[in-house]
Write a protein that binds this ligand. Structure first.
Ligand code: ZN
Ligand code: ZN
Length: 148
């Protein structure tokens, strides 16, 4: 922010600052050093909408988990989502527009984690030929997971 000396014209009562005029901090989420995680749990259309916002700098990431509009738990971790991953998955709907989707993009982290464990187990017991296939699957999962 500014380097102007003296008291500001309007004393802020709240710590909250509007985004306007804030310099981009590269170490903040969305900055160069902390790229935004992948958009997951939504239908393709919503994913595109959210990515559009990101591209044009209109995206505001959540500073704290938002309330799920179904279970009212503060479990919504992605901006613009209306449902938590659990509810969206349970109803197989998009977490944003709540349309019924056969396939949502991406996965939620708990799902990835569970799958990772299963795969690790499977790899331990797999024969050499299967092992390679599994390892490929695991590395793509890991990419997915690290993006969250
Ligand atoms: Zn919920
Ligand atoms: Zn949607």
């Amino acid at each position: 922010m500014g380097s102007r000396q003296g008291p500001p014209k309007h004393q802020n009562k709240f710590a909250w600052k509007p985004n306007a005029g804030v310099k981009i901090n590269e170490t903040e989420v969305g900055g160069r050093f902390r790229p935004l995680s992948e958009v997951t749990g939504v239908c393709l259309r919503c994913k595109e909408q959210i990515e559009w916002k990101r591209r044009y700098g209109k995206y505001k990431s959540l500073t704290e988990p938002a309330k799920c509009q179904r279970c009212s738990k503060r479990a919504v971790r992605q901006a613009y989502h209306n449902l938590c991953p659990g509810c969206a998955k349970e109803q197989s709907v998009c977490a944003k527009c709540r349309c019924h989707v056969g396939r949502i993009v991406g996965r939620d982290s708990s799902e990835v984690e569970a799958e990772q464990k299963l795969l690790d187990e499977a790899i331990k017991n797999a024969r050499e030929r299967d092992r390679r296939t599994l390892l490929r699957a695991v590395s793509s999962l890991k990419q997915c997971f690290s993006a969250i």
